[in-house]
Every structure is written in structure tokens, then in C-alpha cells.
Design a binder for this molecule. Structure first.
Ligand code: ADP
Ligand code: MG
Length: 230
């Protein structure tokens, strides 16, 4: 079984913000029929010009957005058929999402941010903190457990966000330009961390990047061109 299966995924947005009608003349097609299978353990880099639909595709795979039409299956489950609570549970169980900007909770410490997905799942405080500390050690931040995001550098914040995305040991990690705002050294460190997870836990990776050199080090490169895989 493929980890992810996309069949003819189409996404269109209304050109006018309050447009209620589905009149095609008032819609812009951003994804124009994506077919994509991802096997467990694959490392995929997504390349494509700005506006080509990379984030839209990643958001659909990460269940943050729904396709207008087409089928998306993750672990054999048709994710478009789930209700909101089921979606949240499925996401929390199976995937980690890393945004371009870290989206950490500013009023919580690094440890609390990373423990959050476990607490949501009903894991005890003590157990969640223990796991979170382990992940923060893995990303090289054992000395920053009690710092708030405001007290961390950009690279450190992104590493906290990665630790949070990984704390549930997801089968699929999706990252939208995770190193886009980092210097080369920090970007390299984060790349290595992804690869380490892939090797040690078999985590599948789907990473949007602008960096051709970085992309070439993934097992598969997908290029989006105007809403289609080219
Ligand atoms: P990329 O990540 O490759 O730069 P995006 O997926 O963010 O591209 O966007 C693709 C196109 O869809 C762009 O033209 C963008 O303006 C448009 N778009 C993205 N999100 C929305 C939205 N919520 N409403 C309307 N148009 C959108
Ligand atoms: Mg984008």
C-alpha cells in the first residue's frame, strides 16, 4: 500500500473573496489534476516557481485544506470523507507539519510547545514532557527546554517546530520551505535531521524547497509547473 495516493487532485479558488457561485469563470485553478503516489520511507523534494501550487498541494496532503475534486488517500484512508474531529485526530496521529514560519505558541516554553501534540492525544503530563525533552535533545536543544520562542534564534525556533512535528513519530512529515529563512549552516543541520529521521524511523518526507542543491539530495524530486507535475 502506498502511504499517499493522489488521483486527479484539482484545487480552485474563487477569484472574488465572497464569491458563492462555483461559476468556472470566477474561479482560478491552482492544482490542475495532480497524480502522485508516495511510498513509505520516500524522501521527496518539491520544487517549482512561486505561485506554482506547492503550498496548496502540501496543505492538501497535510489535511489543512481540501481539494475541490479528486481523491486523496493516506494510509489507505480517503481523507476527504472525514469530519473535522476525525481529520484532527488523523493528522495528529499520522503526520507532522512544519510551516515556513514556525507557528510556535509564543507564551509557552520550547518543552511545552513540543509536548502539546502528546497532551492533545491524552498522554500524561509527565510522559509528554519526557518525550518532548528527548526530541529537543535530538534537535540539539537540550539547553533550551524552558526558553520561550522569543528567546530563541530563528534556527532554534525552526528546530523546536521540527521537534514538535516529530514528537508523535508520524509516518509522514510535510515541510513547507522549512529552511527558507535560515542561513546555510542552520539549513544543513535541519536537512541532516530530516534524513536522520528518515533513516532511523522510516519517516516519509515531503519537503518544499527553493534550494536545488538541497533537493538533489532527496530520493525523488517533483517539479510543479503551473498546477501540474511536470
Ligand atoms: P507556491 O507555494 O508554489 O508559491 P501557492 O500554492 O501558495 O504557491 O499558491 C498557488 C496560487 O494559488 C497562487 O496564485 C496563489 O495566489 C493562489 N492562492 C493560494 N491560496 C489561495 C487562497 N486561499 N485563495 C485564493 N487564491 C489562493
Ligand atoms: Mg508556498
Amino acid at each position: 500500500m502506498n502511504l499517499v495516493e493522489c488521483q486527479n487532485v484539482i484545487k480552485q479558488y474563487a477569484d472574488v473573496l465572497d464569491a458563492k457561485s462555483k461559476d468556472p469563470a470566477l474561479m482560478t485553478q491552482v492544482l490542475k489534476g495532480i497524480n502522485l503516489d508516495i511510498r513509505q520511507g520516500e524522501q521527496i523534494a518539491i520544487l517549482g516557481q512561486s505561485g506554482s501550487g506547492k503550498s496548496t498541494l502540501l496543505h492538501i496532503l497535510g489535511m489543512l485544506d481540501e481539494p475541490t475534486s479528486g481523491v486523496v488517500k493516506i494510509l489507505g484512508q480517503d481523507i476527504t470523507g472525514l469530519n473535522e474531529i476525525q481529520r484532527a485526530q488523523f493528522r495528529n496521529e499520522n503526520m507532522g507539519f512544519i510551516y515556513q514560519f514556525h507557528h510556535l505558541l509564543m507564551e509557552f516554553s520550547a518543552l511545552e510547545n513540543v509536548a502539546m501534540p502528546l497532551l492533545i492525544k491524552g498522554v500524561s503530563n509527565q510522559e509528554a514532557n519526557k518525550e518532548a525533552a528527548k526530541l529537543l535533545e535530538l534537535v540539539g536543544l537540550s539547553h533550551r527546554l524552558n526558553h520561550n520562542p522569543a528567546q530563541l534564534s530563528g534556527g532554534e525556533r525552526q528546530r523546536v517546530a521540527i521537534a514538535r512535528a516529530l514528537v508523535n513519530k508520524p509516518k509522514l512529515v510535510l515541510a513547507d520551505e522549512p529552511t527558507g529563512n535560515l542561513d546555510k549552516q542552520n539549513a544543513e543541520q535541519i536537512f541532516k535531521l530530516f534524513m536522520q529521521l528518515n533513516q532511523e524511523l522510516g519517516t516519509s518526507l515531503v519537503v518544499v524547497t527553493h534550494d536545488l542543491e538541497l533537493a538533489a539530495r532527496f530520493s525523488r524530486v517533483i517539479k510543479l509547473d503551473d498546477g501540474l507535475i511536470s
